[in-house]
Write a protein that binds this ligand. Structure first.
Ligand SMILES: Nc1ncnc2c1ncn2[C@@H]1O[C@H](COP(=O)(O)OP(=O)(O)OP(=O)(O)O)[C@@H](O)[C@H]1O
Length: 274
């Protein structure tokens, strides 16, 4: 279980001002849950994820993973970045094995694990390619395989499909769900796409404009497994209802609009009407 308690984070701004990135964020995420995080640009989504990863500190509050305070990166948490963050000089297998190398695993064992993961993400045959020889979708498969190689309990994904074309993105969404359904791990997934947030998540966490707070938590009651016909779900009434509700909440957050009260909410089916 992940517990984020009263998390507040401030950055020093360029002109000596304080940038209030996160304010009193409270969120509990269950084991094996798939949580998607949505919010206006600059609301602190990446900051929240980096804090969860132990890559950045914070000013107030706590993050606990299975009761243990997060201070630094740990083997139970792995991150997948939007820009892939691969080693350009290392081939696919060495990129996938990178985390295992940091752990000091012997080369033969880490390459064997990496081969399994390369197969899992559908990259067999490309083991000796360099990142520069791969398409964006293939690079992100490497990023995913590298994160999974360390057998994390928690996968932290920062807009992992944001840089991909629509077709590749859809395929990777389905494949990610297939992997998650098989392996069961907790996923925290940041996205700018309302559709993606609903298709993938058990709950959509909606953040407010900066300073980022939890503005809403919307449960997604679309049955699982969803990987078989993920994009067919996009035609269901439930999906339309949820995406309409989230869009209305996001639109209401524009500075020129009145904001709605904070707290958990369930979309009204009437929200699906045009
Ligand atoms: N290292 C830093 N130094 C100063 N300010 C920062 C730093 N990192 C982030 N910020 C500021 O904190 C705020 C939150 O940034 P963050 O990247 O977490 O938002 P985000 O919701 O992920 O944005 P986007 O959706 O555009 O990726 C922004 O105003 C950003 O400029």
């Amino acid at each position: 279980m992940i517990e984020i308690k009263n998390l507040t984070k401030r950055f020093p701004g360029r002109r000596g001002e304080t940038v209030h990135a996160l304010s009193e964020v409270e969120l509990t995420i269950a084991d094996d849950e798939f949580v998607t995080v949505l919010g206006p640009s600059g609301c602190g989504k990446t900051t929240l994820l980096r804090a969860l990863a132990g890559l950045t500190g914070w000013d107030e509050g706590d993050i606990l993973v299975d009761g243990e305070p997060v201070r630094t990166p740990g083997p139970e948490r792995a991150m997948v970045f939007q820009d892939f963050a691969l080693l350009p000089w290392a081939d696919v297998l060495d990129n996938v094995a990178f985390g295992l190398q940091l752990r000091g695993e012997p080369r033969s064992r880490r390459r064997a694990t990496a081969r399994e993961l390369v197969e899992l993400v559908g990259l067999d045959g490309f083991e000796d390619r360099l990142p520069g020889e791969l398409s964006g979708g293939m690079r992100q498969r490497v990023g995913l395989a590298r994160a999974l190689a360390v057998r994390p309990r928690v996968l932290l994904m920062d807009e992992p499909f944001g840089a991909l074309d629509e077709q590749t993105r859809r395929i990777l969404q389905e494949e990610l769900l297939t992997i998650w359904e098989r392996r069961r791990l907790t996923v925290v997934f940041i996205t700018h796409s309302i559709e993606e947030a609903v298709l993938l998540g058990d709950r959509v966490v909606l953040m407010s404009p900066r300073p980022g707070r939890i503005a809403d938590i919307v449960p997604v009651d679309i049955p699982r497994p969803r990987s078989v016909d993920l994009h067919g779900l996009g035609r269901t009434e439930e999906f339309t209802c949820l995406t309409t509700h989230l869009w209305e909440r996001l639109r209401a957050m524009r500075p020129d609009r009145a904001t709605q009260p904070e707290g958990a909410s369930r979309p009204d089916r009437a929200g699906a009407r045009p």
